[in-house]
Write a protein that binds this ligand. Structure first.
Ligand code: NAD
Ligand code: TDX
Length: 337
């Protein structure tokens, strides 16, 4: 049995990961530690609830005493760190919590991993640490770090801290840098769920700037399978890029969503651009393909259509977010909507 501390497992990618992995493996015992910030939602984990190899704990990764207690109590030997403040616009509105959770929190986990001689520490990072690309070229694992937002700089800081723990203390750190994810359970502040829900509610679709910023999209289950491959077969001290070679300008995605839901492009509203908005991300994931045999399997338009269907069928999930107790968080929005 592998006793694994998964942090941030009530968020979008972490909950998809736990549901996916526990469905498949009974040799993992997962302790899911999540602070349940606005982005954490235990409803995401209903498929895993009650499993004997799953335990949820509410708490903060910055709480060193709690982390020590959990490593001790559950004999933790493995860590997968998803926990983070993850939204770029929020980091522009206020960066402190990003530094706290993303940098200090990762440091607290690394210190525990060092003391308890962890066998693996997987840091879930992002392609945004590389900064922005021009019209051509791809991010590789050796691209220099050039983070541009408070969010991406906090993630880059965490990556560097993790690599230093590998170099200095020999903590078996693995780092993954993935491109933009989409799929079920994504909090509707991010582009795709926000546009789907606004379309369903006949609300305007706020497209930043000229809509030509490019992101490289990957379905969340492809990301999770890549994380599984890195966790099982990755080489400590290495960085692995993860992406599905699916570059797309934002406006094209917005139009695809409108078409799928049979609504007019009249709903599109171009709004003030994001400050410091990165122009283009695109990932070269040939290293993980070559060394670990992972490749994405989901085709974009089909998986997007499946995602739209999920939001259509799970109105209660997002209605509780956009109305009621979560509304004050949902409304913390950047720019003019
Ligand atoms: P999310 O915002 O949906 O979820 C983050 C989770 O972390 C939430 O459940 C929240 O409650 C928890 N959390 C936040 N601060 C915490 C703290 N101090 N202690 C404990 N729990 C805390 O984020 P996501 O989109 O699922 O992203 C997960 C990870 O993947 C992040 O590290 C993010 O940087 C990275 N990532 C995301 C994407 C993407 O497209 N969403 C792409 C690449 C990498
Ligand atoms: O209302 C919007 N209008 C708009 O045009 C929103 C929310 C976004 N956008 C644009 C900004 C970006 O170019 O869409 C693109 C995607 O935006 P987000 O969904 O906010 O994602 P991004 O900023 O690219 O960051 C995401 O991918 C990398 C995640 O939030 C990060 O956690 C991850 O590391």
């Amino acid at each position: 049995m592998k006793n694994i501390l998964v942090t941030g497992g009530a968020g979008f990618i972490g909950s998809n990961f736990i549901n996916y992995i526990l469905d498949k493996r009974d040799d993992y015992f997962i302790v899911n530690l999540d602070k349940l910030t606005y982005a954490g939602n235990l409803e995401n984990l209903i498929p895993s609830e009650g499993k004997k190899n799953y335990q949820f704990i509410r708490g903060d990764i910055c709480n060193a005493e709690l982390i020590d207690y959990l490593f001790n109590k559950y004999k933790i030997k493995f860590v997968i760190n998803f926990a983070a403040e993850s939204h770029v616009d929020r980091s522009i509105l206020g960066s402190e919590v990003f530094f706290r959770s993303n940098v200090i929190g990762t440091n607290v986990l690394l210190e525990a991993a060092r003391r308890y001689e962890s066998e693996k520490f997987l840091q879930v990072s992002t392609d945004e640490v590389y900064g922005s690309l021009g019209t051509d070229g791809l991010f590789t694992e050796t691209t220099l770090l050039h983070p541009n937002s408070p969010y991406s700089s906090s993630k880059a800081g965490a990556d560097l801290m993790a690599l230093s723990f590998h170099h200095t203390y020999g903590v078996p750190v693995l780092i993954t840098r993935c491109s933009n994810n989409y799929g079920p359970y994504q909090f509707p502040e991010k582009l795709i769920p926000l546009m789907i829900i606004n379309t369903l509610n006949d609300k305007k679709l706020p497209v930043y700037g000229d809509g030509q910023n490019v992101r490289d999209w990957i379905y969340v289950i492809d990301h999770n399978k890549a994380l599984e491959a890195v966790f099982e077969k990755g080489k400590p001290g290495e960085v692995y890029n993860i992406g599905a070679s699916n570059e797309m300008p934002n406006i094209k995605i917005v139009k695809l969503i409108l078409k799928e839901l049979g609504k007019s492009e009249g709903l599109i509203k171009y709004v003030k651009d994001r400050l410091g908005h990165d122009r283009r991300y695109a990932i070269d994931s040939s290293k993980i393909a070559k060394e670990l045999g992972w490749k994405p399997v989901f085709e974009f338009e089909e998986a997007l259509s499946h995602t739209i269907k999920w939001y259509v069928e799970n109105k209660n999930w997002w209605n509780r977010i956009i109305s009621g107790e979560y509304q004050k968080y949902y409304r913390v929005q950047y720019g003019s909507r």
